[in-house]
Design a binder for this molecule. Structure first.
Ligand code: WTA
Length: 676
């Protein structure tokens, strides 16, 4: 049983529209005549005989579509009364009310009845060749043991458990054990600092935190238990810390700490699943927004699981017994939906990737594909851009003939990276599915598949809405743009089961952020382009959120941290195009008058503050000291101007008439020249 841990938009995106249309036949359904294979329940929808017909049906007869999908795909303890009761204007979203189910039963028990010994998880540990496989039976047993242990420690239905762990079976067991007993989980990315972790624990009011003694990634050890110890000093709600052992190194254990695997051994392998209402909370997941405080998006049981499983099956053309390799961390929504819930709800075999794309060398992904015989590979453009720089030989070295679909997520994928992924990694025979979605959407909303088997895919475009998703583009006056070959703010016109229901403890913020900007529509915060043919391409965030290597960071969140420095009077943070990371962080700081500091010391101290308060990945690449920031007469920082300076687009500075202090712009330009 010791399988548990022991033992902005990039500039080059636009130049990317080469419009090389890739047409190939890809057998997405097994038989071309049976194009509905990814959704057999659709056979009962009258008049539906192909993917576009199914899409039209899904948006036109939403209740019939999602009702049939929910009955067919989920195992219910008691059936739902109504398919949906949603009002986007008021921000009330309810799906499958009256129904009761248990998510862990859907992900485990029902598969254990039919194929107990199928591998559920392949834990691809940091050291290549040391993977650990966990069958559905083992996963259910461990989940039940931990569910019982959590119950014994007083965790009740409705409580929220914080999980601070890297991808590993113990983390998945923790998520599913919470689902088993009706507790919500909040997984916090194990790269976050003690401060960031503490913020999230406090907001969720967790009494229990689950962690590992140490993390191991890219050959480096991180002291995760120590980080938890530090974090909970400012979290009075925490009563117990469960500690799983990833390495042999002992850690200091106090009366509050529980040796998780040891205690699980004494628990029963049977654990009564809680009968959860469809709309009970399944998990919180914190993400950055345009204000300083990260928001805990709330996902509920039935709708989320249904959406994650259907998108997993259809977008990637997942077939039974395929090995699904999503390399995202479980601390992000991609890990939740496509390493854990989607694949497990489908009875799939899913890889948990603990390492990095370049450890021990840049062939890591493809060596893993060969060794684990991965059929669908799902990764981020930033990693693809990094790997293509190392050259094709790292890919050619390994056999990738098992690959059928290649997925991309998290940020726009530029044409060069797309082409390389398609031509070199996929040998030109695997469709590349560029999948657009968000923590808020729960699952993929725009992707090239499913579609007719031989339908075209344009490099760098997310292409087509998923079943039930009606994207619209809005102009600056809030009117729907009906024509093609146009760009606007991306909204979704009708609710879908996977969408987030609220922001934990702040429904008003949910309404203001997503429902009010375009009343009656869900506003995504992204801009998009719709081509002549009606295909979508995501342009990037419209708000003050920067996307660094696929990780969202709010500029306000960063400024909050920088402004905490006793040396800093004020700051302004922007994102700029970066060849590998997509976007990187550039900070302008104004020092307090009396401060006298060497610039190198200042930069080091401010970077330290950002890693300590948020995470390493959020550190600015450049910090420029300025005398003052360009501001409007009403005192607003003109970020647009700062962005243009950093992008060296001085002709595009635009209208400066509202500027209060024109000299500030010249200073910023000069300082930027000196720095870069
Ligand atoms: C961006 C990740 C372009 C987008 C699943 C979105 C993308 C944010 C794509 C959500 C894509 C995600 N093309 N941009 N295929 N996928 N994004 O919440 O700006 O971590 O709003 O969810 O990432 O990031 P999140």
């Amino acid at each position: 049983m010791m399988w548990l841990p022991c033992g902005c938009t990039s500039k080059y995106l636009f130049t990317s529209l080469s419009r090389r249309i890739v047409k190939y036949y890809h057998d997405f359904s097994g038989k071309s005549s049976n194009v509905l294979a990814c959704m057999p329940e659709a056979a009962s929808f009258e008049g539906v005989w192909d993917h576009s017909g199914l899409y039209e049906f899904s948006v036109g007869h939403t209740d019939s579509f999602w009702g049939a999908a929910a009955r067919h795909r989920l195992t219910w303890i008691s059936p739902f009364r109504s398919v949906q009761d949603c009002d986007l204007r008021r921000g009330t979203i309810r799906w499958f009310e009256g129904g009761k189910l248990n998510v862990s039963v859907n992900c485990l028990d029902r598969h254990v009845h039919t194929f107990p010994d199928r591998v559920a998880l392949i834990w691809e540990r940091d050291e290549p060749g040391t993977e650990v496989k966990v069958t559905y039976r083992q996963l259910l047993e461990a989940t039940c043991r931990l569910g019982n242990l959590l119950r014994r420690h007083g965790v009740n239905r409705g409580d929220c458990v914080t999980i601070y762990m890297p991808p590993c079976p113990a983390a998945v067991v923790s998520m599913l054990a919470c689902a088993r007993i009706g507790a919500a989980h909040s997984v916090v990315f194990a790269g976050f600092s003690a401060e960031a972790l503490a913020d999230r624990i406090r907001d969720a009011q967790s009494r229990i935190v689950i962690t590992v003694n140490q993390g191991v990634r890219g050959g480096k050890v991180t002291e995760l238990k120590q980080t938890v110890d530090l974090a909970i000093q400012s979290c009075p709600s925490v009563q117990k810390v469960f500690v799983a052992m990833r390495t042999e190194s002992p850690v200091v254990m106090t009366a509050r700490d529980i040796a998780m695997e040891e205690e699980m051994q004494t628990e029963d392998v049977v654990c009564e699943p809680a009968a959860m209402d469809s709309e009970d909370v399944l998990f919180l997941l914190y993400t950055s927004g345009s204000t300083g405080k990260p928001k805990g998006l709330v996902h509920t049981q039935a709708g989320y699981l249904l959406y994650a499983s259907l998108t997993h099956r259809c977008v990637f053309n997942y077939h039974d017994e395929d090995v699904f390799g999503c390399v995202a961390d479980i601390g992000w929504i991609t890990g939740h939906s496509y390493s854990v819930y989607g694949p497990l709800a489908n009875g799939g075999t899913t890889v948990l990737f603990e390492s990095t794309p370049i450890y021990p060398d840049p062939g890591r992904y493809w060596e893993m594909v060969q060794r684990l015989k991965i059929n669908q590979f799902y990764g981020a453009p930033t990693a693809i851009r990094l790997l293509l720089k190392y050259g094709d030989h790292w890919v050619h070295k390994y056999d990738r003939s098992t690959l059928k679909t290649l997925g991309s997520v998290g940020e726009p994928i530029n044409t060069e990276a797309w082409e390389w992924y398609h031509r070199v990694v996929g040998d030109g025979r695997c469709p590349v599915v560029d999948t657009w979605w968000q923590t808020e959407t729960g699952g993929i909303c725009i992707a090239p598949r499913p579609s007719a088997p031989n339908a075209e895919i344009v490099p760098g475009m997310a292409m087509r809405p998923f079943f039930g998703i009606r994207p619209v583009l809005m102009d600056s006056e809030g009117k729907v743009l009906t024509s093609n070959n146009t760009s606007g703010a991306l909204c979704i016109a009708q609710p879908w089961p996977g969408m987030a229901r609220t922001i934990h403890n702040n429904h008003q913020r949910f309404i203001e952020t997503y429902c009010q900007p375009y009343p009656g529509y869900f506003f995504t915060g992204d801009g998009a382009y719709r081509s002549k043919e009606g295909y979508y391409q995501i342009i990037g965030r419209l708000d003050d959120v920067i996307n660094v290597s696929g990780h969202r960071i709010g500029t306000a969140e960063l400024e909050d941290v920088l402004n905490q420095s006793p040396m800093v009077a004020e700051s302004a943070v922007i994102g700029y195009s970066h060849e590998v990371k997509g976007q990187a962080v550039y900070a302008f700081v104004v020092l307090k008058k009396e401060v006298d500091v060497q610039e190198a010391d200042l930069v080091r101290q401010l970077k330290d503050m950002v890693s300590k308060n948020i995470a390493k990945y959020a550190c600015p690449d450049f910090i420029q000291c300025v005398q003052r920031l360009p501001k409007t007469r009403s005192g607003k920082i003109m970020r647009r101007v700062l962005r243009k300076v950093v992008e060296r687009d001085l002709d595009g500075l635009g209208d400066l008439s509202t500027l209060d202090n024109p000299a500030a712009v010249q200073e910023v330009i000069q300082g930027h020249r000196d720095l870069c």
